[in-house]
Design a protein around this ligand. Structure first.
Ligand code: PHE
Length: 342
């Protein structure tokens, strides 16, 4: 019997040594400890033995059983450990490396100029207001002193909706909406997209951007208008600028002006950039028409004001030396990246 025990123990350990995976340990368990296993087989032989022997061999069998069980457990722990380590080594990934090439965005030149303009005016006490792209005739025309019979409506080719709404042709409706929200004295600016039924070419598009401004207070004169326009242009172009006012017609201002800036490149001599004129036409502006103040419930005897509107796209094109408006609106990321300021 002793020999049989030794042989069994040996066979058990040899078998255990060949096991490389936790899942194969089940087989060893069945082979040695299972119902039809070798140890159970030996138990079955006990009944033929004397009581004395029974006790002795039974004890031995139980001892072996415990030994086998703990050996299998130990082996299982060891295998689990190495399997885990192997897994860790094989499935290791470096999460500190970004697998995708970084593709960070940049701010579009139109937004750059718009944000700069907002900053300049906020620093001078102006509030930034917004307005809807889809407007009523009242805000886009009537309240701005352009009644339906007025030929000035033809100055801006308008996209109409069937229900009478329209895509705003300028940011001037923000003047009216502004007067409805803030009480005079006030200073407001309103940037945004505007739409006109224009044929697209190097300097025109059916959607472009304007920046509107309005200041209403007691005793506001053209001198104030001049000061604010000069200050804004000097900030945008980061140099001293010279401006001139020419008479210009806009029904919502009286008097109305076209403000030109002395060409920064040729200083007035005439060059390709200013089309040999020496001056660059930039801003429509003037003193707010009394009828417009009245539409905003403001007494034109007590208050006066100036208003202006400029094309942000134009300003961006001048600032960044862009000669065609189409790539400016084209949405090509490589284009806007050229002007990134990060
Ligand atoms: N709204 C005018 C335009 O689009 C510009 C303007 C604004 C003129 C304010 C005068 C005062 O042409």
């Amino acid at each position: 019997m002793e020999k049989e025990f030794q042989a069994l123990e040996k066979a058990f350990h040899q078998t255990l040594d060949t096991i490389k995976q936790v899942k194969d340990l089940e087989g060893v368990k069945t082979q040695f400890l299972g119902k039809k296993g070798k140890l159970t087989g030996m138990m079955k032989q006990l009944k033929d033995l004397s009581n004395e022997k029974k006790a002795e061999i039974g004890k031995k069998i139980n001892q072996l059983k415990g030994e086998f069980q703990s050996s299998i457990q130990e082996k299982s722990n060891a295998l689990k450990k190495t399997e885990f380590q192997l897994k860790m080594e094989n499935e290791w990934i470096d999460i500190t490396i970004n697998p995708y090439e970084s593709d960070s965005g940049s701010i579009h030149p139109i937004s750059l100029v718009q944000q700069r303009l907002e900053d300049i005016f906020v620093a001078m006490g102006f509030r930034v207001l917004d307005g809807p792209h889809i407007e009523t005739e009242y805000y886009n025309f009537e309240a701005l002193n352009i009644p339906s019979y007025h030929p000035a409506r033809d100055m801006q080719d308008t996209f109409y909706f069937e229900d009478g709404h329209l895509l705003r042709t300028h940011t001037s409706p923000i003047q009216i909406r502004g007067m409805e929200t803030v009480k005079p004295p006030f200073r407001i600016v309103g940037p945004g997209k505007v739409f006109r039924c224009e044929r697209t070419d190097a300097s025109h598009d059916s959607c472009f951007h304007q920046f509107e401004g309005m200041m209403v207070d007691r005793n506001i004169s053209v001198a104030h208008l001049n000061y604010f326009m000069k200050t804004m242009l000097a900030e945008i172009f980061e140099s001293e600028v010279e401006v001139r006012l020419r008479p210009g017609y806009f029904p919502f201002v009286e008097p109305g002006f076209e403000l030109d800036m002395l060409c920064l490149l040729c200083k007035g001599k005439g060059c390709k950039f200013c089309k040999q004129v020496g001056w660059i036409e930039l801003i429509g502006c003037g003193m707010v028409h009394p009828n417009v103040l009245r539409s905003g419930n403001i007494d034109p005897v007590e208050f006066s004001g100036f208003a202006f509107g400029l094309g942000i796209d134009r300003l961006a094109m001048m600032k960044y030396d862009i000669t065609d408006i189409r790539p400016l609106h084209g949405g090509n990321l490589n284009f806007s990246r050229l002007f990134s300021v990060s």
